[in-house]
Ligand binder design. Sequence first.
Ligand code: GRF
Length: 208
Amino acid sequence: MLNVVVLVSGGGTNLQAIIDAVKDGKITNTKLCGVISNKPDAYALIRAEQNGIPGVCVSRKAYETRAEFEDALLAAVDKFNPDLVVLAGFLVILPEKMTEKYSHRIINIHPSLIPSFCGDGYYGLHVHEKVLARGVKVTGATVHFVDAGTDTGPILLQKAVDILPGDTPEVLQRRVMEQAEWIILPKAINAIANNRVKEVGGAFFVEE
Ligand code: GRF
């Protein structure tokens, strides 16, 4: 059984996709053991409560220094004793001691086809604004392992989404969520839970 803790900051639609996939049997051999938010008002915490998953808030405002906040965040994660940490719309850069301790056991969903439109400043709606401004015809989402960098870890899954004439950032964000994020994040968790992730030539693949 894979113990999974999910880190969130906002609406939690990716968390909901994971919860639904566990319920539907699309994710097996997995227990969602906790949800941790850095925002007390994150609707993702409501979703956790509605589904009987313990929810915790670790807010930067509650700590004098960033170091104390980072220690509290790591302690909150450790308390759930997770096999896998899932960043689902989590907008905090993880402390290095956490990415080291959970090396290859943290995955993130990013709303673009990495290495395009990622890194510092590329999060949420900003990603889709830049995508539309550049005029690319295809975007999508990426699930990657988290390392010490921002959106730089090894890629596990990607899914492409077409951009349509007249798309606004909001419309495009929703399409990327519906057609990519909410599909590949549960798929990645299920693959990890069932030992179907293989490394070939330094790259990671999910065995179908
Ligand atoms: C989404 O755009 C996701 O790609 C990004 O965070 C945003 C909010 O996700 N990682 P959620 O609705 O809180 O899951």
